[in-house]
Design a protein around this ligand. Structure first.
Ligand SMILES: [Zn+2]
Length: 224
């Protein structure tokens, strides 16, 4: 059976890292729509130009553009045995379009990496980046102090302007507002699983792996 997975999670939950690990462990592509859009913008493709125009206005790329991008990507040969989608769907119309794309391709498993707002605020406000070489410093665990020098070049670490607490709280508010309908759309499915993302990354990865294994067993036997 194909391993079709959507990963959901707020900014700071570590969803991207988990999506990459899961995809690597199962030999399926990690499909990050954010990365794809950035690449398209960088390469100056037709899609990139359209996306860039929208992003420069401060907007989100519309459903039609992003659905087209995902449809094309999922039609590629390497996605035939499955995929881990990261950053898509973001809206219910996108989720409906994905269901339509997957008709006849096996079940869709949806994993939510859930983390409480206060922990997300702690993680995101303690993010630091090197002022000299741009490397991201590792985010400290609860109770740990952020490092003050870059491990790569020794440069001073600084906080990005959009990692200030009020900006982060606004981002989380927007995320909750946009994602609540999506969780409602997926949440009652037997193939939906929520994982505790407040744990250390290795423990989260263990829970993600266990959730997927349980869903695969369900696939094979027809029961949860
Ligand atoms: Zn550095």
């Amino acid at each position: 059976m194909a391993l079709n997975i959507v990963m959901l999670g707020p900014p700071g939950a570590g969803k991207g890292t988990q999506a990459k690990r899961l995809a690597a462990n199962h030999g399926v592509p990690h499909i990050s729509t954010g990365d794809m859009l950035r690449e398209a913008v960088g390469a100056g493709t037709e899609l990139g130009k359209r996306a860039r125009a929208v992003m420069e206005q401060g907007g989100l790329v519309g459903d039609d553009i992003i659905i087209g991008v995902v449809r094309e990507r999922l039609a590629a040969a390497d996605a035939g045995a499955g995929f881990v989608l990261d950053g898509f769907p973001r809206t219910v119309p996108q989720a409906r379009a994905l269901d339509a794309m997957l008709e006849g391709r096996g079940e869709l498993c949806v994993l939510e990496v859930a983390v409480a707002d206060e922990e997300l605020v702690r993680r995101l406000t303690s993010r630091r980046v090197c002022g000299q070489c741009g490397t991201n410093a590792p985010v400290p665990g609860p109770g740990e102090q952020p490092p003050d020098r870059c491990a790569r070049c020794g440069g001073a670490l600084v906080q990005r302007a959009d990692d200030r607490e009020e900006v982060i709280r606004e981002r989380l508010r927007v995320y909750q507002r946009d994602t609540a309908p999506l969780l409602e759309y997926y949440g009652t499915r037997p193939t939906f699983r929520r994982v505790d993302g407040a744990q250390a990354p290795d423990l989260v990865a263990g829970d993600v792996g266990a959730a997927v294994a349980a869903l695969e067993r369900r696939d094979g036997t027809g029961q949860a």
